[in-house]
Design a binder for this molecule. Sequence first.
Ligand SMILES: Nc1nc2c(ncn2[C@@H]2O[C@H](COP(=O)(O)OP(=O)(O)OP(=O)(O)O)[C@@H](O)[C@H]2O)c(=O)[nH]1
Ligand SMILES: [Mg+2]
Length: 306
Amino acid sequence: MKSNSLLICGIGGVGCTWAKNSHKKCKNLADLLLIDGDSKSLDESIEGHLLSLGSDESADGCAGLTPLAARRMLANAPLTSRILSDAELVVLLVGLGGGSGSGGAIEFARQARRSGCLTIAIAGIPFECQPLRRKIARNALEDLRLNTDVCVQVSLDRLAMRSRERGLNWERDSGWIEDLSTGVIQTLAKVGLINLDLMDLRSIITREGGSTMFVAQGDANNPQALFSKTMSSPLEGVSISGAKGCLIQVEGGTDLTLGQVDSVAEAFTRGLDKEAQVIFGARVSDDLDGIVRVVAVLSGLPLEDL
Ligand SMILES: Nc1nc2c(ncn2[C@@H]2O[C@H](COP(=O)(O)OP(=O)(O)OP(=O)(O)O)[C@@H](O)[C@H]2O)c(=O)[nH]1
Ligand SMILES: [Mg+2]
């Protein structure tokens, strides 16, 4: 797959930070697009496309103004359509609750869909102690879900708690988000033992209901512990039980056995609907000795409110 057919796009301050960090891990596999009203996010030294939603009148661009960001995103459609014309899959990263991200992401997702791209959004949900931002996020999330194929909700409270436990600051430490976004890019971009492609992803996610995605890494011989670790991730509003579709990629070192692939896949699909469609992929990577990495996309989930 050509690198310009996979696009990582960050919108708003937090989204741009997540996108830049994710892209560093898979530069050769995907293109990068950064969109923000605030010029601080749009670092000229970055290898990628930069799009400003700001104007001369306001240094902060669209601070807090969701409709303004959406209008400016719409006005930029001729520019984005050129970038999107090469793309087949867009991974859209955004922290909801502000102006640029919340307004821009929905309009950009619409443009991506119109251009025929599969779109996976990874959306940060504001802290419990930010009720106004949560209200903006709740409204934006509804429209974002309608305009994307997969919409993964990440709780900033849980993300920040994980960073604190590791003595890090959530704003700079986006390790878990990077694993998630690069996981799906690598799953689709690299050829594996049992190869997955965009058609597989498309067939899983064209289902009613909610969808989400997760990544996990751990001991190849203890799939149950790996599964439990995944369930304690900072995802919000998700219960995997009853999922109707699942795309799962198991990646391990050169010592990976088919028995291990089987037991990991079994642990991850046990809770799904009995009629669920499951598509598997498996791959060997030199950098994974004795450990496995699992990337899964789930669809047909019951939707939960914020
Ligand atoms: N507590 C805290 N939360 C933050 C901070 N920065 C961002 N957030 C959270 O992250 C969400 C997204 O923030 P940004 O990405 O900066 O927002 P934006 O899209 O750039 O929006 P505007 O700057 O209003 O145009 C917010 O709604 C907050 O929940 C911060 O410094 N402290
Ligand atoms: Mg901002």
